[in-house]
Design a protein around this ligand. Structure first.
Ligand code: ZN
Length: 288
């Protein structure tokens, strides 16, 4: 099952560009609000699995928004791939570094993203949305708490991220538009192996990152277990699961995003998003 946010309404999509409005198709049983849908996730899934869901109207890609537009909690994991930790010149973590991307950074799969400076980096990531919440979730049952998967970007302003006496991951990664998600939320049964997904990103067709989620140091189930041991998880919460190697800051010389280009990110079997990049009016020339 695939659910997109089409101009603010939860919509079943068939992957071929057609959609079916969830609220209308369910005769009002389920809400149109894509975020509220997660509060009834098990019922939505059961309802949809008992039917043949086929799109009945064409979707304008420009109408797509973040499938999880306003989660109560956004978790993000740093240094979750060994080769990315190495290019970041940091030892392998024995516990996952956790930060947040504030909800104001979420955006849709085709939205233009405004770059505040010349030191914004790319990080293609698998993003997991929680369906059934809970605290102290055991790793063995963690996948059962997942609503679905999305492709995403953890865009990062590296100067802000690293400024000050300790790194400011949450701030440097939360400019408006720094968390594009989509194009739809895809349930795990739609992919062959949800623990081994190909992912990556490209700028204007030039591949910059290309990895597999099986190379995560802490897999999806372990992340859910570790996070829920501290923070009770709510339906609709999301987890950015970390990026593979190939980020701009790890290159010699370092390389960052430039206005006028288009950043395309993908998770094979889940989907692809393409965000054109523009310059802020007061675009800052910074150096690291
Ligand atoms: Zn990241």
């Amino acid at each position: 099952m695939r659910i997109a946010n089409v101009a603010g309404r939860a919509t079943f999509v068939d992957g071929e560009g057609a959609g079916l409005d969830v609220e209308k198709a369910s005769d009002g049983r389920f809400p149109s609000d894509p975020q509220a849908l997660f509060d009834e996730w098990d019922a939505v899934r059961d309802w949809a699995s008992a039917r043949t869901i086929e799109g009945d109207t064409g979707i304008d890609p420009a109408d797509l928004r973040a499938p999880t537009p306003l989660p109560r909690q956004v978790f993000a994991i740093g240094l979750n791939y060994a080769e990315h930790a190495a290019e970041s010149r940091i030892a392998l973590p024995d516990t996952p570094p956790v930060f947040t991307k504030f909800a104001s950074s979420l955006t849709g799969p085709n939205t233009p993203i405004v770059l505040p400076s010349n030191t914004v980096d790319w990080e293609a990531e698998l993003v997991v949305a929680i369906g059934r919440g809970g605290a102290g979730i055991a790793e063995s049952v963690a996948w059962g708490h997942v609503a679905g998967l999305m492709a995403g970007q953890d865009l990062s302003e590296r100067v802000v991220q690293l400024a000050g006496p300790v790194p400011q991951f949450s701030l440097g990664k939360s400019y408006p538009g720094f968390a594009p998600l989509g194009p739809a939320l895809v349930t795990a049964d739609e992919v062959a192996d949800p623990d081994d997904l190909e992912l990556g990103c490209a700028i204007d067709g030039e591949v910059l990152q290309h990895g597999r989620t099986r190379d995560m140091i802490f897999g999806v189930a372990e992340l859910i277990s570790r996070l829920s041991a501290v923070c009770p998880l709510w339906p609709g919460d999301i987890v950015f699961t970390g990026t593979p190697s190939g980020v701009g800051a790890g290159r010699t010389p370092a390389r960052y995003l430039t206005p006028g280009s288009t950043l395309t990110s993908f998770v094979t079997g889940v989907g692809e998003l393409s965000n054109p990049l523009t310059a802020a009016e007061n675009f800052l020339q910074r150096s690291l």
